[in-house]
Design a protein around this ligand. Structure first.
Ligand code: NAG
Ligand code: NAG
Ligand code: NAG
Length: 599
């Protein structure tokens, strides 16, 4: 083994990077070694600076078997040749020692503190662009015709995604449920369609996996107000809106260090990513990066998969040993975006490698090849796939021990939301990796979803294969269509880039039709509106009052007919209600239409 030592990338007090590259004949898979010597500079985390150098913050990451790159980064807080040399010696000694050890992953969320220092925001002080001189200023009388042409016919059905009803409902819940709950310890989850709580959001403990969606929906409104002013037909006071967004998002930051859940992507991304992107709040980016490292701790390298659940304990199944089992669920595909995003900022390819590996593993563990007797709906002619919900993978060998369902009807059935998670997750994964296998998977999953949904694209059943128990009250899951439609829209963009224009158009049309089916079948008829007189509308920091359009007819959710869990052995079986993530993905779809200029 031999080393190449690259010159320091920068001088102290910024971090000094030495790259040490191990070349061939390394007899362990690969390692990503980072030693932080005195981490007071940059974004060094406090915990490590307390305990001195070469402490537990030395993260050893097991990279994919293809990579044989090891890096040694030494951070210091002042130029000190001897300390650098000392660190280097210590570092190399450590690496050498490790070649003799069985190397284990040691990616704590604490490591995240330092990772972001690799991302530099460079203020563009010396732009090379020449000054643009506007020679032809439009004459005042011409300006009117340049403004938005409001007489353009609009798609009336899709306009419902931007109606006052949407913002009014979210605003009402945001204001009302923050009372005695600020900072929030409970978050909106479902809106019962019957019973004493009918029409009103049930709040659920903040640690539950759905906590990020309500703040995410508020940020979706903020994005509309910020990037697409006028898209909602009436102005919202942005300052108040941002304050509501921030209040609901606040507890999510502390959750970023959680390593007890794979749902950390669902928890932090919807709100904090938009907070970073719309407002430049660096704390939100840091929380996203921290969360990604937290998720990475759950990666079980020999099984090529991130652990979704530590255990399953329900009425009919009990899998409890983490040594013997790695339980991976289909939903996990939608938490990979977090890893890719953080990887792009930190330049730590380990995160992206973990995500890619997990996505590859799930092609085998969760996708079922279906024979396509029916004609293709989108024109996509490749293989089509259904999905199972849960696979139990051997954590030591990667062998698939068992497939089962937790939230669907049966092992071999297709749980509608699971199929939707797979469509969206593989569409996102393709966009990050551009690996064709993921594009094909996502297209094949979409084809299957659409064929099962059938003509008319009505509200999907909760499970495509479940028998209807009560014909008077069939169980639907509107959230499956909200989620799938977002995936299909991403795919339509991917297919345009891939030059498959006809199929791309069919995916786009299908996505829109699926959402229209949802609006026809599941949009709550109970509507809300703002109570504001014209003069107040749009003033910067109003507290807004909301009322039901039809007095006494209240439904906090935007969509009905969602189903959190209808599995017969579930610890809690609840179906046919408003669902916070059904609404979140519906609003996201609206923003996609805006971004694509389709509305
Ligand atoms: C606005 O749109 C309508 C309907 O498409 C069209 O007839 C009209 O000419 C447009 N007006 C301008 C100023 O472009
Ligand atoms: C959705 O729920 C409402 C209220 O329970 C019900 O009237 C309606 O039929 C349901 N929609 C579908 C598509 O079943
Ligand atoms: C709006 O906010 C500003 C600054 O916080 C405050 O001075 C002003 O009183 C507020 N106006 C209303 C109507 O609350």
């Amino acid at each position: 083994m031999w080393w190449w030592i690259l010159a320091p990338a920068a001088n102290c007090p910024t971090r000094v990077n030495f790259s040490v590259i191990t070349l061939p004949s390394v007899n362990f898979a690969a390692l990503n070694f980072e030693a932080y010597y005195g981490s007071r500079c940059g974004f060094g985390n406090k915990k490590s600076s307390k305990t001195g150098y070469l402490n537990h913050d030395i993260g050893i990451g097991l990279l994919s078997p293809v990579s044989s790159l090891a890096r040694l980064c030494i951070a210091c807080d002042r130029i000190n040749f001897f300390s650098n040399v000392l660190s280097l010696i210590l570092g190399i000694t450590a690496i050498t020692t490790m070649t003799e050890l069985q190397i284990h992953r040691n990616y704590g969320p604490l490591a995240a503190g330092n990772k972001l220092s690799q991302f530099h925001e460079v203020p563009s002080t010396h732009s090379t662009a020449s000054t643009v001189s506007i020679s032809q200023v439009p004459k005042a009388e011409d300006v009117a015709s340049i403004l938005l042409n409001t007489s353009q016919p609009k798609d009336g059905e899709l306009q419902q995604l931007f109606a006052e009803n949407i913002a009014a409902k979210l605003w009402r819940v945001a204001q009302r449920d923050l009372k005695d709950n600020d900072p929030p310890t409970a978050y909106p989850e479902i809106v019962p369609q019957e019973g004493s709580q009918q029409g009103r959001y049930e709040l659920r403990e903040a640690s539950f996996w759905t906590c990020g969606f309500f703040p995410g929906s508020l940020y979706t409104l903020l994005e509309r107000e910020t990037r697409y002013p006028g898209s909602q037909g009436y102005p919202l006071p942005r300052k108040t809106l941002l304050a509501l967004c921030r209040a609901w998002a606040e507890p999510l930051h502390a959750m970023a260090t959680r390593t007890d859940t794979h749902d950390i992507g669902f928890i932090v991304e919807p709100a904090l990513r938009l907070d970073w992107e719309l407002t430049g709040n660096r704390r939100s980016l840091q929380s996203i990066v921290t969360a990604a490292y937290s998720l990475a701790t759950r990666y079980v390298a020999p099984s090529g998969a991130i652990r979704s659940w530590d255990l399953i304990r329900k009425k009919d199944v009990s899998i409890i040993s983490m040594e013997e089992n790695n339980i991976v669920i289909i939903d996990s595909l939608c938490n990979l975006d977090l890893l890719f995003y953080a990887s792009a900022y930190t330049k730590d390819t380990t995160l992206a490698t973990i995500a890619r590996t997990h996505a590859h593993t799930m092609l085998t563990s969760h996708l079922r090849l279906e024979s396509g007797i029916a004609a293709s709906i989108t024109g996509y002619s490749g293989p089509i796939y259904s999905t199972c919900h849960v696979a139990n993978i051997d954590p030591k060998t990667g062998a698939i021990k068992q497939r089962l369902t937790a939230q669907g009807y049966a092992t071999d059935s297709t749980w509608a939301r699971g199929q939707a998670w797979a469509i969206l997750g593989y569409a996102q994964t393709y966009m990050w990796t551009k690996e064709r296998i993921f594009l094909d998977a996502a297209c094949g999953l979409t084809e299957y979803f659409l064929r099962r949904l059938g003509p008319g694209y009505n509200v999907p059943p909760w499970d495509f294969d479940a028998p209807v128990e009560n014909p008077e009250k069939p169980v639907f899951d509107s959230s499956a269509s909200s989620i799938a439609a977002n995936g299909m829209m991403i795919l339509s963009e991917a297919l345009v880039a891939d030059g498959q224009l006809a199929i791309a158009e069919n995916f786009r049309i299908a996505a829109i039709d699926v959402v229209k089916g949802l609006l026809r079948g599941a949009l709550a008829e109970e509507k809300a509106r703002f109570v504001v007189d014209g003069s107040q509308k749009g003033s910067e920091n109003d507290t807004l009052e909301i009322e039901d359009v039809l007095a006494g007819s209240t439904f906090d959710g935007i969509l009905k007919n969602g189903t959190a869990n209808n599995n017969v052995g579930a610890n809690r079986r609840y179906a046919n209600h408003g669902l916070v993530y059904g609404d979140y993905y519906l609003l996201q779809f609206g923003n996609r239409l805006l971004r694509m200029g389709l509305i």
